[in-house]
Design a protein. Structure first.
Ligand code: IPD
Ligand code: CA
Length: 278
């Protein structure tokens, strides 16, 4: 099996570098911007082009593989995510689209290959600052080919915490954000919001941040980060402390289990409709 996954890994790396050039070139150019679920949930022609290039390139090599892509899902008649046991590429073509629209350089391509719903390969690539995070199941996590490790911070009062505002105007979601900012801010070293869930997870994987929590994201925002954080020695779970579920739209990851558990005890919860809900 590993020869098959070697082929998958080489192919996806080549395609990621190809689409990375497009993102790097376009980030400071004028864009055509449309909205999706809210007035600040954006999509550009680059998001669509990157997703199409990745799906076309991967299906040319692996015709029986399936895809869950952010833009194909939002263009479909149903926005329900169907995840089977077949090899499936879960793709966010531009995570941090709002950043991309503004020319703020925290943007990335996020891709995971799931087989029987288990991640085998993960890539998070920020082409603007040239940071390529990679992981394969059981083989460790890397930043630009150098091994990375999540932090050993155990105490919330010493933690740098990533927490996103998101791009929803749903009052319940906005209240979740407000309450958690008010709870966390006085208790931690600092709060950071990178504007990309995938990059938040990459920061936890390389020890730049200690913990990240969000609810309201989608499978394509977090599928790659899940493997990269765990291969870097970190933990990934549901914000309630239960097992991580890629379709739940909820994630908590940290360098250590004890830090994650302190977050569970501290934060207000929010349960958005699942990605596989009708
Ligand atoms: C968004 C980013 C953001 C997160 C939002 C996501 P997009 O993805 O990951 O950090 O807070 O929930 O939707 O729209 O830039 O691909
Ligand atoms: Ca995204």
């Amino acid at each position: 099996m590993s020869a098959v996954y070697d082929h998958c890994y080489k192919t996806v790396l080549r395609l990621t570098q190809e689409v990375g050039k497009l993102i790097r070139t376009r980030i400071n150019e004028a864009k055509t911007v449309n909205t999706k679920d809210s007035e600040i949930d954006f999509v550009t022609e680059t998001d669509k082009e990157v997703e199409k290039t990745l799906i076309n390139g991967l299906s040319a090599e692996f015709p029986d593989h399936k895809f869950v892509g952010e833009e194909s899902t939002s263009e479909g008649t149903s926005q329900k995510v169907v995840l089977t046991d077949s090899p499936t590429w879960v793709i966010d073509p531009v995570d941090g689209t709002l950043n991309f629209v503004h020319g703020y350089p925290h943007v990335c391509v996020s891709i995971a290959l799931l087989v029987e719903k288990v991640p085998e390969i993960a890539i998070i690539y920020n082409p603007v600052v040239n940071q390529m995070f990679t992981a394969r199941k059981g083989q460790g996590a890397f930043l630009n080919d150098q091994p990375i490790k999540a932090s050993k911070t155990e105490d919330l009062s010493k933690a740098l915490v990533c927490f996103e505002f998101g791009c929803s105007r749903n009052p319940e979601k906005m209240n979740f954000v407000k309450e958690n900012v008010l709870k966390l801010f006085p208790q931690v070293h600092g709060l950071r919001s990178l504007g990309s869930a995938a990059l938040d997870m990459a920061m936890v994987a390389c020890g730049g941040a200690d913990v990240y929590l969000e609810a309201g994201i989608h499978a394509w925002d977090i599928a790659a980060g899940d493997l990269i954080v765990r291969e870097a020695g970190g933990v990934v779970m549901d914000p309630s402390g239960g097992p991580f579920d890629v379709l739940s739209r909820r994630v908590l990851c940290a360098g250590t289990k004890s830090l994650a558990e302190q977050m569970v005890k501290t934060v207000t919860q929010y349960h958005p409709p699942r990605d596989d809900a009708e």
